[in-house]
Design a protein around this ligand. Structure first.
Ligand code: GTP
Ligand code: MG
Length: 299
């Protein structure tokens, strides 16, 4: 004898409390299997309700998935652009890459992290605008916890601060990052440098940049590369340069091209910072420096 339908409905709702996503669907299916299979009357209505809940849970799952703010890593390194609203993050992202992004003369133009690839000396680096970090972000104000989660996964930070804006704006953001326990190599991009003189900062290296000045963008790009901490090695016989974590040996470079080349390689000829003279012959253990060009020698 099934229990009265009103009681049944209460029991069902209680079983669903706090369940979301796949968990909720599983519970709903179990409930469906236990329900008497009447075609009409209150039990048929309950079946209908449970079925509609399954559909709804699925739909919600899809939306949540689409709105999740995770950023897929691409390129040799990931650098986050962080700063107060309106600091010029999106404009910088746009000037350094080929993406089209909304910029605006008001706060919170960007509401989710936006990734874009930029090529620096032949190597792709991913920039990610982290928007909307406000006071209290580390306690999840303004959805700050998820945003800080994305930041935590980055390799380095570019703090963006408009020349002429009060430095407290920047310090509010830095306080949140520190409170979240995030410690990454960082520089300060003094944005809108065409507008006002750049500030000085007691801790961060200041790099003035204006999206209206190509020269400043080129200098900024070079500084970004140093921020990745990677060593870039050009290949004399063509192809994209290789970017690796230091220390980088000739063998490491050969291996990154092809693991067989890694074991076959006997050394290299080197041009650039680590070579005593252009085209120096070195062994496979020779340590390469950023900006070197090599010709791998093999058996
Ligand atoms: N003069 C000048 N204005 C700039 C420069 N970069 C950005 N701006 C202006 O500053 C305003 C804000 O730029 P956004 O790039 O949207 O700033 P944001 O930091 O992405 O802002 P939110 O996404 O709202 O946090 C816009 O009106 C831009 O046109 C610059 O180099 N020079
Ligand atoms: Mg923006």
């Amino acid at each position: 004898m099934p229990m009265p339908h009103r009681t049944q409905m209460q029991v069902i709702k209680r079983r669903l409390v706090g369940k979301e996503g796949a968990d909720r669907t599983r519970e709903l299916r179990a409930i469906l299997a236990e329900l008497p299979n009447y075609r009409n009357g209150p039990y048929a209505d309950i079946r209908k309700w449970v079925n509609s809940q399954i559909d709804e849970t699925r739909a919600r799952g899809r939306v949540l998935h689409r709105d999740s703010i995770a950023v897929r890593r691409e390129g040799a390194a990931q650098i986050a652009l962080v700063g107060a609203p309106n600091a010029g993050k999106s404009s910088l992202l746009q000037a350094l890459s080929s993406i089209q992004i909304k910029t605006g003369d008001y706060a919170f133009t960007t509401t989710r992290p936006v990734p874009a690839l930029t090529r620096i000396g032949g190597v792709l680096v991913q920039l990610v605008e982290i928007p909307g970090l406000i006071g209290g972000a580390h306690e999840d104000r303004g959805g700050g916890r998820a945003l800080l989660g994305v930041l935590r996964g980055a390799d380095a930070i570019v703090y963006c601060h408009a020349c002429g804006a009060p430095l407290e704006e920047l310090e509010t953001v830095r306080t949140e990052v520190a409170a979240a326990g995030i410690e990454l190599p960082a520089i300060l991009a003094a944005t809108k440098a065409d507008d006002a003189p750049p500030p000085t900062h007691p801790e961060l290296e200041v790099v003035p940049v204006s999206v209206l000045d190509d020269g400043s963008l080129e200098r900024f790009r070079k500084r970004l590369w140093l921020l990745t901490g990677l060593v870039r090695v050009h290949l004399r016989d063509g192809g994209d340069p290789v970017a690796l974590e230091p220390p980088v040996s000739v063998e490491d470079v050969a291996h990154s091209i092809h693991h067989e080349l890694g074991s076959r390689c006997t050394g290299a000829r080197v041009w650039g910072p680590s070579a005593r003279f252009p085209g120096q012959r070195v062994g496979r253990a020779h340590e390469l420096l950023d900006g070197d060009a090599v010709e791998i020698l093999d058996r």
